[in-house]
Design a binder for this molecule. Sequence first.
Ligand code: BTN
Length: 284
Amino acid sequence: MTVPDPLNRFRIAGALAGQRIGCEIHIALETGSTNDDTAALARSDHPEGVVMFAESQSSGRGRRGNEWLAAPGSCLLFSILLRPAHPPRLWRRLTHLCALALCEAIDENTGLRTGIKWPNDVYINGKKVAGILVESTARGGDHPGDEGFAVAGIGLNVNMLADEFPPELRATATSLQLESPNRSRINRTSLAIGILHRFNRHYPDSLADPRFATSLDQIRMRSHLLGKQVGALVSGTRMSGIAQGLGPDGELVLVGPDGTQHMLVSADLVRVLNPDPASSIPPR
Ligand code: BTN
């Protein structure tokens, strides 16, 4: 397989030289899943910060076991190996930090305006442009022996064209190129460098208090859900309410119709009920 404008490993590695995240850069032309490849690197003692990119994946996966589909050479598909020194109870913050780094780098590189749809999606103009899948081996305790590793997998639709999306996703998914005013192709290598720079800026210090609180303020400002009527599936139960805020670890605070406050750590099928198209751009 050849791709028209392949990712440039030397440029990425050069730009990230000396930084924690990006200390080793791998690029596969084709693989199963970069999350699996990165977990395998973790098990063979590769250091924190290894980044595994792929031009194409045959078994890319998203949350809830969904398939993650991407036209070869058109997206950024990559995974970062993390070995946080922080207690595993703080690791769920990683998804939120990844989302923030992605948004900042996309905005800076493209002039577009991104928002975060809790917990793991990046949106532009009301459509999903990127998803994050953090998989970890941590057992959840706070003891040093519990340390494992986390793999932060990111799929970002960069130059996907409308007819490259499966028909059932065309109304809800988009790419940076499709959202750019002049529809010009975006340089994936520069964008990858920008994302990894941003992630280096937020990690690892922002995983711990009080720095995470500052990042959370920025995440809140970009939230696609806050202040809106939201529906979600929580452990198999449908819930709805007003998304009132984010808790200290990034939990979604949902206030139900009876006024009860729920702190959601994770949920599936999260969506805005009765969306108002004029309010799809998050406040800044
Ligand atoms: C989601 O929105 O459900 C998360 C999607 C995450 C997809 C990325 S693509 C790179 C990495 N490898 C995978 O198999 N999945 C993640």
